[in-house]
Design a protein around this ligand. Structure first.
Ligand code: G4P
Length: 513
């Protein structure tokens, strides 16, 4: 793709089953990046079974080739970053959001906002990422559109602005009305796109027309004003209705997406904002995928280009160490293949073969100043396990491995006071599996896991917590910075604690990690 083509880089935030994969596929089809549906989902089609990535990846069907996808639409290069969900939900899912300029929130019209959407939304909010909303599954009997808008406004404290409005839903679905140009996109069983001016439309019954008029009048009078500034700073979300499965409203969404999504944004590094227009190349590593091939220890580091131009084979400097290196092996990712990339521009994601030089959050520059992009945030873990080495004689490798993998961001480490037992924390179960696998394969240490029932971590921000305030349902540990953290089994244990100790203030970590 040409260096002059504008870039738009986004990720989908959604709860499993809301339709992320289906929508992604339809978008790729529109951009001509894939020719048939069912190509993206390795999990079900088994398309990626031949990939030579680590065993877990094979079993799960997670593939680097679906980590980043590209499509060209209306002369805009769109980079889609995958946000793994289900049992693959991990810190990487969150970290991916640090590398995008826009998020698309997919909501199931039947279920409304669900837990995982909310978690991912919080990361977008923290980073001020603009959000476009696609309310999916309009072909099913879902919640009332007005109720869905209120749910977004109330739960997420974000203004909404509907870009189109449904006429009916489920079996009664007739179409979506475009508020900007007074046209209706009709829903038909053939899934063919048909748009007519509302005035010319003869298919709506009187009551359907009346309901539409009433609802759009209400939106005009009581709804929010559109403001691109508010969209860009995440205060207002444009809302689109449609059905990914029926390919209904998807193209209309994409037409608007290329206009509304944010271009590559300036990013903070070493105390200043680095403009994408800046000539010198710079970027940061937001994810490292390890052990592509068990015979080699290589891994792929995912680099987000932030400024300047990336050229394959160019000499770069790793800011953290000052080490110079040549990036000869670099790849871009398409839906079905990995391709060698020769150049990449701000907004693009490049995969770089790494023999262990990089850490998540590293900045690399093409010369000039040694910038350091803002530190990668840590995210509150929800799964915990006490660990020991099965063979106590291997304690050297055990400590070395843990130190390395913690540094790489594979897992988070906590220690109990006094005995300094090791407790590892993760956002998702997959991280434990990756940790176990890598400890065994790279450090030759078998790990004994003692899975804990605790699910909530709370940092003590005020007051002191002593051992006598804890029990099996709430446990006191220290994080790597030596901060006190309480692990709770559930909300009930947390509430019980806060009621009993009003002087102790706790934070869920979203704001302090
Ligand atoms: P995810 O990636 O967010 O987890 O969701 P995915 O696209 O896999 O969709 C989850 C299920 O919802 C799939 O059905 C999919 O076909 C269905 N779906 C997606 N979009 C729509 C829509 O607009 N309308 C309706 N009615 N269904 C939709 P499944 O039976 O679980 O899987 P599959 O066997 O069809 O792949």
């Amino acid at each position: 793709m040409s260096v002059d083509t504008p870039r738009r880089t986004f990720a989908i935030i959604s709860h499993p089953d809301a339709g992320k994969t289906t929508l992604t596929e339809k978008l790729l089809l529109l951009g001509g990046s894939i020719r048939s549906a069912g190509t993206v989902k390795g999990k079900k089609s088994g398309k990626y079974a031949t990939s030579d990535w680590m065993e877990i990846e094979k079993q799960r069907g997670i593939s680097v080739t679906s980590s980043v996808m590209q499509l060209l639409y209306k002369d805009v290069q769109i980079n889609i970053l995958d946000t793994p969900g289900h049992q693959d939900f991990s810190e990487d899912t969150y970290r991916t959001l640090t590398a995008v300029d826009t998020a698309v929130m997919v909501i199931d019209s039947v279920k409304g906002i669900e837990a995982q959407t909310l978690k991912l939304f919080k990361v977008c909010r923290m980073r001020g990422i603009p959000i476009l909303t696609f309310i999916n599954k309009l072909d099913r009997e879902g919640k009332e559109p007005l109720d869905l808008l209120s749910e977004i406004e109330e739960t997420l404290e974000m203004e909404t602005y509907p870009m189109n409005w449904p006429v009916g839903m489920g079996k009664r679905l007739k179409g979506i009305y475009s508020l900007s140009d007074d046209t209706i996109e009709k829903y038909n069983d053939l899934h063919e796109r048909e748009i007519t001016p509302l005035a010319d439309d003869k298919s709506l019954a009187d009551y359907e027309r009346e309901t539409l008029e009433e609802e759009t009048l209400l939106l005009e009078e009581a709804g929010n004003e559109f403001s691109i500034e508010k969209v860009r700073n995440g205060a207002l979300t444009p809302v689109f209705f449609g059905s990914a499965l029926a390919n209904f409203g998807v193209q209309s969404f994409l037409d608007q997406f290329v206009k509304l999504a944010a271009p590559p944004q300036p990013r903070k590094a070493s105390g200043e904002f680095i403009d994408p227009e800046r000539q010198a190349f710079s970027g940061f590593i937001f994810k490292i995928q390890a052990n592509m091939n068990p015979n080699h220890r290589d891994r792929i580091a995912f680099l987000r280009v932030c400024s300047g131009k990336f050229d394959r084979g160019m000499e770069v400097i790793l800011s953290r160490t000052g080490k110079k290196m040549k990036l000869n092996q670099s790849h871009s990712f398409f839906a079905s293949d990995r391709e060698t990339v020769d150049t990449a521009m701000p907004g693009d994601i490049v995969g770089i073969y790494d023999s262990g030089n990089f850490q998540v959050g590293d900045t690399i520059v093409g010369g000039g100043e040694l910038l350091q992009y803002e530190e990668m945030p840590q995210f509150p873990p929800e799964k915990f396990a006490k660990i020991t080495a099965k063979n106590a004689l291997k304690h050297k490798q055990y400590h070395k491995g843990i130190e390395q993998l913690v540094q790489e961001g594979t897992i988070q480490l906590y220690k109990t006071p006094y005995f300094e037992d090791y407790i590892i924390g993760a956002v998702g179960e997959l991280q434990f599996q990756v940790f176990e696998y890598r400890m065994k394969n790279e450090y030759k240490v078998d790990i004994e896991f003692n899975h804990m029932t605790h699910e909530l971590a709370r940092w003590v921000t005020k007051g002191t917590v002593s051992d006598d305030m804890t029990d099996s349902r709430k446990m006191l540990v220290n994080d790597q910075q030596g901060r006190s953290v309480l692990l709770f089994e559930n909300d009930f244990a947390l509430r019980w604690f806060t009621d009993k100790h009003p002087d102790v203030e706790l934070s869920s970590g979203w704001d302090i990690l």
